[in-house]
Design a protein around this ligand. Structure first.
Ligand code: ZN
Length: 245
């Protein structure tokens, strides 16, 4: 059992810049302090605390991102898209007069290009972040294989070929603006078909209340989609664990 602390690191954030950065040396000192203070419990429960980072990818920022992450060592690196065209979908301004098809596919296109350019990561984070905060009506709120396969397929293929992991981020499947986005299991099945070995579960909790939220439910779904293993990373090495349900 354990926890991976993956602080955000977004260079060139369009606003509130400092909120999206952190000092890895401080993070790692803080974790070491907790490990010292709780060493007995940690040993008894065989609990692990992973030092991680969630890197925000943007096309114009790749050199800065590589330079920064190259200076530190982490247990796990999640690569995510948080900003598209200089705005955070969370803030709502991204959608403007875009229709859902363009809004989602444009983000997926950037996800593919930046993931390919960055490469030095373990897990692709919340591929459906753009759908999570979208303002569209029913029937236009989900990223499905049937509608977005053209953009998702290359992402899945790249991850499978490179031995990287696709994340199920359980925060997406919550009520956002009166709608609960749906996870299309055809995406997971396709990743498996393409050779994806394992999935990772992330709760994107940002606080203790949602820590590990609904992991059991989504482990079950992963199993139904043909996965026998889930994975987390330690020292950037995949640690597979069998889905026992
Ligand atoms: Zn994120």
């Amino acid at each position: 059992m354990g926890i991976a602390i993956t602080d955000h690191y977004d260079v060139d954030a369009p606003s509130r810049d400092q909120e999206f950065l952190f000092n890895p040396a401080e993070q790692q000192q803080e974790i070491a302090k907790v490990e010292m203070e709780l060493w007995k419990e940690i040993r008894e429960k065989d609990f692990q605390i992973m030092r991680g980072i969630e890197v925000g990818l943007q096309p114009g920022s790749m050199a800065k991102i590589k330079e920064f992450t190259g200076k530190y060592s982490f247990d796990t690196v999640i690569a995510s898209i948080h900003f598209v065209d200089g705005t955070d979908p969370y803030m709502g301004t991204y959608y403007g007069d875009k229709d859902y098809k363009y809004a989602f596919s444009h983000t997926l296109e950037i996800m593919y290009e930046t993931a390919l350019a960055y490469k030095d990561f373990d897990i692709l984070g919340h591929y459906d972040y753009v759908a999570r905060y979208s303002p569209y009506g029913h029937g236009c709120r989900d990223i499905t294989m049937a509608e977005f396969g053209e953009w998702i397929e290359p992402i899945l293929r790249f991850l499978a070929q490179e031995g990287k992991t696709f994340e199920i981020n359980t925060k997406t499947y919550k009520n956002h603006k009166g709608y609960i986005p749906q996870l299309d299991t055809a995406i997971l099945r396709r990743f498996r078909e393409l050779g994806g070995e394992a999935l990772s579960l992330g709760s994107d909790s940002h606080n203790l209340l949602r820590f590990g939220d609904e992991f059991e439910k989504y482990a079950h779904i992963a199993k139904e989609c043909g996965f026998r293993w889930l994975v987390y990373y330690k020292g950037r090495k995949p640690q597979y664990y069998r889905i026992e349900l």
